[in-house]
Ligand binder design. Sequence first.
Ligand code: NAD
Ligand code: UFG
Length: 338
Amino acid sequence: MAILVTGGTGYIGSHTVVDLLNNGYDVAIVDNLCNSKLEVLNRIYKITSKTPRFYQVDCTNEEAMREVFKKEKITDIIHFAGLKSVGESVKYPELYQFNNVGSSKILLKLMNEFDVKNLVFSSSATVYGIPDHVPLTEDDPVGGCTNPYGQTKLDIEFLLKDYAEQHKEANIAILRYFNPIGAHKSGLIGEDPQGIPNNLMPYVTQVAVHKLNHLNIWGDDYPTIDGTGVRDYIHVLDLASGHLAALRKLSEKPGLVIYNLGTGKGTSVLELVHAFEKANNITIPYVIGPRRDGDVAENYADVSKAEREMGWKAIFNVEDACRDSWNWQSHNPCGYDE
Ligand code: NAD
Ligand code: UFG
């Protein structure tokens, strides 16, 4: 009886796999390694003394995926696999549709074929588009995505809703992540972006490790506490435990459910930088630049539904995440490429 984790060697996937293995789940990973490294499996072993079964397979390859479904007795799927770079998606929208939406269609087809009932899907706060208020609840309108990546998440959400309508036995948890940061306490696994990071925390840690000169803060004239953008930063360990909570929820056969996974607390760019400096006793030089296209001023979650219905809430704060991100980066200055 296995949990199939697609994208399980990636950033959020690897932390979730560790949590699953530590809680006695039998895990099989499918990943094509387009944005992760095999070394992750060694690190997972170092943390858990267990090795998940691993298939280097592309989720858009239906035949290869079918072989995995034949070999494994899958009860539940957690579908992390996907491309996630906003900038790249603007350049290659068809690739994002093909990879993200295409792989999800194949997964649903195989779920039907092999009678797998339970699926957890990695969605994103990006489906809320440009919010006209915060905090965001799961009932707030979705749409108006500002980039093709976000559109793929929305398209997949609609696919899943249609599937759940047509397959009353299916149980599907759509998890809308806010901004994942942090790393495993061991410093053995963490976020390992290719090239210059787009996201704030990996950029900050690469400044701290002197790979980059200074942080560019994109705009200080937003109507926020200090003019910089506000986001809901959630520790990746909390995000991982959210997936275990979702699996438990699916075992109650709820049909399709949607949860925000965040902390419910907004933190500005400057607040995050200062928290990092304080937690690690490091100065982060920064320059204020223009606003970044497509950014919103403020975005944070109402997380009461996840607590009410799954008994889950985030337990780590931004300082914990700053400490753990730095622990990972300082021990792995070149990520997994030591
Ligand atoms: P990641 O890139 O670290 O992990 C994704 C993994 O999927 C990688 O290991 C990659 O090799 C694999 N993959 C991609 N396409 C594949 C395919 N066709 N077949 C097999 N494997 C494939 O990203 P992450 O940050 O761990 O994100 C995981 C999921 O969560 C993604 O779906 C992402 O869109 C979503 N998400 C991430 C964030 C974030 O800020 N990190 C926010 C919201 C949602
Ligand atoms: N920022 C900077 N400088 C940087 C990077 C980011 O000032 O070098 C600022 C941004 O302007 C924003 C904040 O830091 O105010 C957070 O930016 P991120 O790029 O880390 O995160 P976003 O909120 O823009 O986007 C993230 C994911 C998206 C996802 C979205 C959902 O990257 O994939 O959260 O909320 F869609």
